[in-house]
Write a protein that binds this ligand. Sequence first.
Ligand code: G3P
Ligand code: MG
Length: 236
Amino acid sequence: MTLARPLIWGHRGASFAAPENTLAAFRLAREMGADGVELDAQRCASGEIVVIHDDSLARTTGFAGLVTETPYPVIRALDAGRGERVPLLSEVLEELPLRINVELKCDRADDRGLTAGVVKLVRAAGAADRVLLSSFNPLCLLRARLLAAETPRALLFESEQEWWLRSALAAPVLAAGALHPEHVLATPDRVRRWRRRGYLVACWTVDDPDTASGLVDSGVTGIITNRPDRMRARWP
Ligand code: G3P
Ligand code: MG
């Protein structure tokens, strides 16, 4: 029996049961007992920070436009699923009294103000103590370190990346306190090594409680899941 109890993060909210990255999904994650939610942040054409995963609005709203090229009034009018809207990050920070893992979604060197905009909102909401900034893009995390050293950072990586990105190599220079590997990269040996070096480790996207238990047994401290209810049932 393991006594470890991981932090349970709702991936894009409780996105198995509700439209991803919407207030409905975040509220449901809370009702299901998640410790926090993970969400994806981007800066739209008029400068607001909106919560949406893809570069394009098409998959989740049916509108064939890029987030970076579409102004907020247009985005706000779209249906993100079951009548939900694409929320502003400021709305989520204001409404949800949980930990929030804000993933900075940007694959360019110039993030066009995304990181600075997120830092500003987190400060304005007085939420620096419950926000964790993460990104696949080390430059976004470096910016975050320079702009808001007080807000914890997590380095994301996945199996499709080149070897030097798909490891914890950049974490020290970013002063990241946590690693967020795709779960297939979190072998017991690696997890032990990362934990020995002092990192928190949260894996994504894990919806099977037995897979999650195996990860936790090897030292993983957080599970990012579309199904927080299942994980909460495993760790009541
Ligand atoms: O933050 C974990 C996870 O969300 C990273 O992948 O593509 O779902 O944003 P993605
Ligand atoms: Mg994400």
